[in-house]
Design a protein around this ligand. Structure first.
Ligand code: ARG
Length: 468
């Protein structure tokens, strides 16, 4: 007969269909180490309340340690008859202690227990996720450092816009990840609240000490409202938002890598170790890691939606719907821990085709803005400068020329603003500004793409990442 944590007031057993619907141990078993941590703290608080003798506490703690060991070695496993992780562990405790095992449940409910376990689990795993994010940031920064001087086509609307330092573009993917780390750290501040002591919903009539339990489990404080404590899953939803946004960030990076690795771009080559082949086309080398990074964002966003939809409209306090909080959370944790190391490896091993980037940087009349800004420095209104350069671009297209190929006569014919082509008294002239590296260096204000500023950015990002 399966051991249940309830049943005294029931006649006969539950229907098979109910049991199958209700059981969660196949996915919540991963909470076992955290449930055992919380159980140790709870045993101590029962002892301090005079509800366990010294000897009972020692036997209880020894049994919990032994159960922990047996869980880790796989010697103790949940069975299909265990409704959830809490049921399985109570069975393990009873097997070791007999009736003494039944004392641990005093003053505690699975409602405050499961909320505590999930917070402990997430706070622990978020630390690992942060480390994986830092590795990805570090991989991107190293590539940026090697490519700070490399000019690349900068794009808006996926059209050539203005040349940029390729390092600058790589660093543009670091900042979102750095904000993600910051968000997770901030998340932890709100997650560090302990529900234990809230019982089913109203607290306990036993003289427990929620503050001591909170401190023992590494929380900052006990929950100030027992009803909120067992009903609240904000910490899970907020985590899933952070996870979904990380997914969005690596998806955008993944999309760029897919483009950059294509025949049309040829900006980078993904290392063989991070590429896959085709079962039919012998020549193929596909950037699957980047595509999976892009694809996995879908399930991360889905997990967030799933939990928010579960929570919406739930009355206080605990409702069994809340059991649906765990799979999206676990899936998001697993997904991030799977995808982040692969993306980091792909980024740190990719080879940058500098010659191709440099050659493409001025394509698509990407220096047109520099020319317009030269006219502005000569006193022309930007509106007129914009118009004049626009005409020049059309003239070049019609005559199949590049901005840099134009003679002084041709320039003067399109607009008197371009004459003289030389700048007076050593100031820059038309041909001086039609220079990719000059265009990069000129964007030297804070946050700009000048290689000097990119190097400053690397220094400050490294400082930030070191502190993460
Ligand atoms: N397994 C449940 C969950 O994950 C915890 C048990 C609470 N069950 C209950 N009937 N109060 O939410």
């Amino acid at each position: 007969k399966p051991m249940r944590l309830w049943g005294g007031r029931f006649e006969g057993g539950p229907a098979d269909a109910l049991t199958r619907l209700s059981v969660s141990v196949q996915f919540d078993w991963r909470l076992a180490p955290y449930d055992l941590l919380a159980s140790r703290a709870h045993a101590r608080v029962l002892h301090r309340a005079g509800l366990l003798t010294d000897d009972e506490l020692q036997r209880m703690l020894a049994a919990l340690d032994d159960l922990d060991r047996a869980c880790r070695t796989g010697e103790f496993r949940p069975t299909v008859a265990d409704e959830d992780v809490h049921t399985a562990l109570e069975r393990g405790l009873l097997e070791r202690l007999g009736s003494l095992g039944g004392k641990l449940r005093a003053g505690r409910s699975r409602n405050d227990q499961v909320a505590t376990d999930l917070r402990l689990y997430l706070r622990d795993h978020v630390r690992t996720i942060v480390s994986r994010l830092v590795e990805l940031e570090t991989a991107l920064i190293s590539q940026a450092e090697e490519n700070a001087e490399v000019a690349a086509p900068g794009m808006t609307h996926l059209q050539h816009a203005q040349p940029v330092s390729f390092g600058h573009q790589l660093l543009a993917h670091v900042h979102p990840l750095s904000r993600d780390v910051d968000r997770l750290r901030d998340w932890d501040r709100r997650a560090a609240v302990s529900p234990l002591g809230s019982g089913a919903l109203a607290g306990s009539s036993l003289p427990l000490d929620p503050a001591a339990v909170a401190a023992e489990l590494g929380f900052d404080a006990p929950a100030p409202n027992s009803m909120d404590a067992v009903a609240d899953r904000d910490f899970a939803a907020e985590f899933l938002f952070c996870a979904a946004l990380i997914g969005v960030h690596i998806s955008r990076l993944g999309e760029e890598i897919v483009l950059w690795a294509s025949q049309e771009f040829r900006w980078i080559e993904v290392d063989d170790a991070y590429s896959t082949g085709s079962s039919i086309m012998p020549q193929k080398k596909n950037p699957d890691v980047a595509e999976l990074a892009r694809g996995k964002s879908g399930r991360l966003i889905g997990s967030l939606m799933s939990l928010l939809t579960t929570l919406k409209g739930l009355p206080l306090t605990y409702n069994r719907d809340l059991q649906e909080d765990k799979e999206p959370v676990f899936d998001a944790v697993d997904t991030l821990l799977l995808v982040l190391p692969a993306v980091s490896g792909m980024v740190s091993t990719m080879r940058v085709n500098r010659a191709k980037l440099e050659a493409s940087a001025p394509d698509g009349f990407a220096l047109a803005t520099d020319l317009a800004e030269l006219l502005v420095r000569r006193g022309v209104a930007f509106r007129d400068a914009h118009e004049a350069v626009g005409h020049l671009v059309v003239w070049c297209q019609v005559n199949d020329k590049d901005l840099g190929d134009l003679t002084d006569d041709e320039l003067a014919k399109v607009s008197p603003h371009f004459a003289p082509s030389e700048g007076p008294g050593g100031t820059p002239g038309v041909r001086d500004v039609l220079n990719v590296h000059g265009a990069l260096a000129a964007r030297s204000a804070f946050g700009g793409t000048a290689p000097d500023r990119v190097r400053d950015q690397i220094v400050s990002l490294r400082e930030i990442v070191d502190g993460q």
